[in-house]
Design a protein around this ligand. Sequence first.
Ligand code: EPU
Length: 310
Amino acid sequence: MSDAIARAEAILRNRCGERVRTSFSLAPLTTFRIGGPAALFVAPDGKQDLLAASEAIRETDVPFLVLGKGSNVLVDDAGFSGLVLRLGRGYRWSARDGERLMAGGAMPLPALAGVALNEALSGLEFGIAIPGSVGGAIRMNAGAHGSDIAAVVEAVSVFDLSAGTERTIPVVEAGFRYRNTDLPADSVVVAATVRLRPDAVSEIRARMDEIREWRRRTQPVAEANCGSVFKNPPNDSAGRLIDAAGLKGFAVGGASVSRKHANFVIAGPGATAADVRSLIRHVRETVAARTGIRLEPEVYLVGDLDPASR
Ligand code: EPU
């Protein structure tokens, strides 16, 4: 264990006690269900925990990573030799204020969509089947079915790990765009406010049912995957391009291109992160050779990877 990790552990233990974990398996925290451990792990449940993490990071320069619900990440087989933070139950909350819903960063997006349904508020239907947290959805601007979180978000609160302070970032400064934002990498999205509009519960429910049904029909929801592997290139679709290249079912080790939707990679029994990475590389190279289009991964690679293999 590196010196920085040992010192970061000592700082965190002092404040968070037994809740600090070492060699903590990350695979169960991802929808791919593969990958190695985090050298250090803690699930912050409030500002004191984030302050402790901030101090550990500032004092030791330990590499760190903020994980949401792990639905858009591939963790390297060797794991991550730093500190992983994943907001805990203290950040799983929501509250209504008129036509607004406020939610903590750990609130699952489908759960918040369910709250909106119960409150007869429309605008979050798209999120009913997105297996991410509010924090992750904000950071990546998660979207589906012609909408995204940017369409409804009004305010984002972040905890700045470098400064040890919390602040609200105006939406215009957050730089929301297709599957990305300008939110600083050293910040944790601790809360967000979305502005919705009143509608009949029956109408909202019908739209959510339709979305769930569409996803079950078109996406491999029952198998371990990370959602769309690549972003859609301008005016085209990664799934269509991969399908047209004849890659459906193509496998490397335990990883294969879904036969149901070509922009999904399935981690089958025995799959390793290396299998998934090789498969992604093969898909990219094949599509590039065929069409000249270089697909950009949407999945976030976690670990001490050789940049050349990314
Ligand atoms: N297509 C094929 N073959 C395939 C898959 C798709 O030809 O194997 C074609 C479809 O027929 C369609 C086009 O490609 O004409 C687009 O496919 P689809 O409607 O499934 O949408 P997508 O662009 O692949 C996007 C998001 C999904 C989101 C759906 C629904 C991206 C990269 N993906 O998929 O988001 O669920 O729209 O709105 O933007 C995610 O980001 O993780 C994700 C799942």
